[in-house]
Design a protein around this ligand. Sequence first.
Ligand code: TYD
Length: 222
Amino acid sequence: MNKGLWISFEGIDGAGKSTHIEGLASAFKSQGRTVTLTREPGGTPLAESLRAMLLNESMDPLSESLIAFAARRDHLNQVILPSLAQGDTVLCDRFTDATFAYQGGGRGVPWETLKTLELMVQGSGDSGQSSQIREPDLTIWFDLDPAVAASRLADARAPDRFESQPLEFFTRVQAGYARRRDENPSRFLTIDASQTKHQVWQQLTRGLVSKGWLSIVTPSTC
Ligand code: TYD
């Protein structure tokens, strides 16, 4: 079993997760935990190369999925599992739910195909065929109306291949996240990301305090 704690952060582009991940990393560190802050696709040199391909090169949806899972395999083996084994708190900006949401919901890759890849890549047996899937202890989902997210993104830097998709795409991605949450509600903490930064921070820290993972509600860093 993992000694550490593994939390992933999810949401459509523009949902506002990035600033809060940094804040939570500081909060965990200030309470004496060693934090590994990482992201997907990415987190290793190989996975960062694959990230650049996924975000910039045109390809079909199954290829997107295969690249996301290839990057994940390297990241899991090189960073996440070793960090958990030494007791770290691993904060991961996106994980497998993003592939179900973006490639499954957004692009239409069949859910069952993604489930097969998930088992191959995250299964705990040597051949990846064991039924135990390695996944975060908690997934914090920044739940936001895609139209609101789009308006927040409007002023952002040059969009990548996903950020430049139309509203309908993000509506399907959002539905993909909701499906994942509904399939595994106990793993998810759903955050109402339409609220102010301060209120979102309060929701996050309250959720983590109620699990016993933060000892006090630390002041907002926002
Ligand atoms: P993101 O995590 O939002 O990083 P940044 O804040 O630098 O834009 O960007 C990663 C993009 O990759 C995002 O649009 C979602 C997409 N993505 C997938 O399509 N599939 C995946 O499996 C993952 C992990 C991400």
